[in-house]
Design a protein around this ligand. Structure first.
Ligand code: ADP
Ligand code: NI
Length: 214
């Protein structure tokens, strides 16, 4: 492993100490590993992929009063202190800025391969068993309801509505998690999403069965 990647790992672990468990170092580690797995099947710049995967949640706006520029500033300062070239820094910042699900309407479909890879990796970690665990952890962190039979999911919500959504955790499956399979950018991402998606469907089926005690 290059000294740059080693230093980045140390930096990220330190910064994310005490983070919400769905957005902590272990989320980053999984996204980093998934990015490498997907990247093996694509033609890409490895340094950009690894740095973006490691830095993509360094300061998530939802944990920093909605500040969308903080992650860019922290990443830019860190990479410059490691003497990373301006060209690479720009590519990494572009990915951090555009990776998020809630910003999906704002970027062109002609995305750099490195963004497609890291975005798929981040989305894979949002679905399946890990996705379910992260979502309930976040719902608990926000003190949201697990489920309410009379609160329907809000489909096609705007970025602003998504951010302030106080809905239930089960609704989050319909508002985001179940949509991710069809939003995968890469062939490998699509393949890996299948099993995770089916697992969520099974989970929901079982959930309603147990909720609706006969
Ligand atoms: P992105 O990482 O693409 O910006 P989010 O930050 O909105 O997307 O979501 C990251 C993860 O945080 C989700 O996959 C989910 O696990 C959790 N999460 C976000 N919003 C909610 C919510 N309203 N209810 C439950 N979990 C949520
Ligand atoms: Ni992430």
């Amino acid at each position: 492993m290059s000294p740059l990647i080693q230093n980045t790992i140390r930096f990220v672990k330190e910064k994310l100490h005490g983070a919400e468990a769905g957005h902590d170092w272990f989320h980053i580690e999984r996204v980093w590993k998934l990015s490498k797995k997907i990247g093996e099947t694509e033609h890409c710049d490895w340094e950009v992929v690894e740095l973006s995967a490691l830095l993509h949640d360094i300061a998530d706006p939802k944990f920093h009063h909605g500040d969308e520029d903080l992650a860019l500033k922290i990443s830019c300062d860190f990479l410059a202190s490691e003497n990373v070239s301006t060209e690479i820094i720009e590519q990494v910042l572009f990915i951090i800025k555009n990776i998020s699900f809630k910003n999906r309407g704002e970027v062109s479909s002609d995305l750099p391969t490195e963004l497609k890879i890291v975005q798929d990796a981040d989305r894979l970690d949002a679905i399946g068993a890990i996705g379910i665990a992260r979502t309930f952890n976040f719902g608990g962190f926000k003190n949201n309801l697990i489920y309410h039979p009379e609160i329907p999911p809000k489909l096609n919500i705007t970025k602003e509505e998504y951010k302030k959504n106080q809905g239930t955790t089960i609704n989050h499956f319909y508002e985001k998690l179940l949509l991710l399979k069809d939003l995968m950018n890469t062939q490998k991402g699509r393949e890996l999403a299948e099993e995770r998606h089916d697992f969520m469907l099974k989970f929901l089926e079982e959930f309603y069965k147990e909720w609706n005690v006969e």
